[in-house]
Write a protein that binds this ligand. Structure first.
Ligand code: NAD
Length: 250
């Protein structure tokens, strides 16, 4: 698919990589809209980028059903979905306090929040997107899922790693199920990328994160955009994950 033929919806587009993807689609001549749960962020980004922005929580079924219709209407069609919205709520499964011996555990709500946004969100968005494509007779469409290097299993990220591994698995499932309708599904597994999510880390943690990266630096959001672009443009790509991680293995 040529970028000039794209009508894309990017989830979580108010900041970070989603915002870079939205701007890059726009700059490449595609039609693009984004959504985000952060209403202030949506207003600011829609104004700054000059593209339609919608306030929507990707884990809310009714909101997602409405969003797909609204985005398609605003763009005059929809043939690309980027499931980018994601959150972290890190913590160990169980941790023993050195001084007191007390045990702290990962709260259930932290587990559930991450599953809702990172896994249920892409499920709801992809389902609504696929239904619309099939109903409207769109026979060339693409879904891009944002998995993560953490899908291999990252200490302190039991909830996040589960969602990103699950999303990589469902990339394969959805690619198999949707190919008959002309919908391709690919995923990207970024390493550590310079976005607010990563810049929120303490400097000493960030240093430890970068040390084992063969390329010895964080990735830039524009380098992940190159993978989004590849998945959209390469008609023979489906059901696979592109690793863009500076060579790091967790
Ligand atoms: N930054 C990294 O190093 C890195 C690495 C691997 C994977 N990822 C993944 O890439 C994606 C983007 O990451 P980022 O670093 O740009 O994150 P970010 O935190 O900078 O931006 C995420 C955006 O998603 C929005 N969002 C959160 N919950 C939402 C919801 N329920 N509905 C709609 N929008 C919601 C946030 O408001 C925010 O604008 C995420 O899926 C993340 O897990 C990031």
């Amino acid at each position: 698919m040529q970028l000039s033929e794209v009508s894309a919806l990017v989830t979580g587009g108010a900041q970070g990589m989603g915002r870079v993807f939205t701007q890059a689609f726009r700059d490449a001549g595609a039609k693009v809209a984004f959504c985000d749960v952060n209403a202030e962020g949506v207003a600011e980004a829609a104004e700054a980028l000059g593209v339609p922005g919608f306030v929507a929580d990707v884990s809310d079924e009714a909101a997602v059903e409405a969003l797909i219709g609204q985005a398609a209407e605003a763009l005059g069609g929809l043939n690309v979905l980027v499931n980018n919205a994601g959150i972290t709520r890190d913590g160990l499964l169980v941790k023993k306090d050195r001084a007191t011996g007390a045990l702290r555990t990962m709260p259930l709500d932290r587990w559930n929040q991450v599953l809702a946004v990172n896994l249920t969100g892409p499920f709801l968005c992809t389902r609504a997107f696929a239904v619309r494509c099939i109903e409207q007779g769109v026979t060339d469409a693409v879904v891009v899922n944002m998995s993560s290097i953490s899908r291999a299993g990252n200490m302190g990220q039991g909830n996040y790693s589960a969602t990103k591994a699950g999303l990589a698995a469902d990339t394969v499932v959805w690619a198999k199920e949707l190919s008959r309708y002309g919908i391709r599904v690919g995923a990207i597994a970024p390493g550590f990328i310079r976005t607010p999510m990563v810049e929120a880390m303490r400097p000493e943690v960030l240093e430890k994160v970068i040390a084992p990266v063969p390329l010895r630096r964080l990735g830039e959001p524009e380098e992940i955009w190159a993978a989004v672009r590849f998945i959209v443009e390469c008609g023979y790509f489906t059901g696979r994950v592109v690793d863009v991680d500076g060579g790091l293995r967790l």
